[in-house]
Design a binder for this molecule. Sequence first.
Ligand SMILES: [Zn+2]
Length: 64
Amino acid sequence: MSQESSTPPRPLHANTASSTPVCEHCGACIDANEWYPVETETAEDGTLLFHSFCSDRCRSAPEQ
Ligand SMILES: [Zn+2]
């Protein structure tokens, strides 16, 4: 199942507003002033997790 998410991440990241997000796939710094792809995942305990990526290519890349 693929989950499309076009929700702007910034309002959801109030506690990380002062830190630079990094791509979870390649580790590149993300320019938070620009739109970037975000995946959301619900953990087993119900916590909503956010995974940010520098590009759609990284977002759709298989996990290693
Ligand atoms: Zn990346």
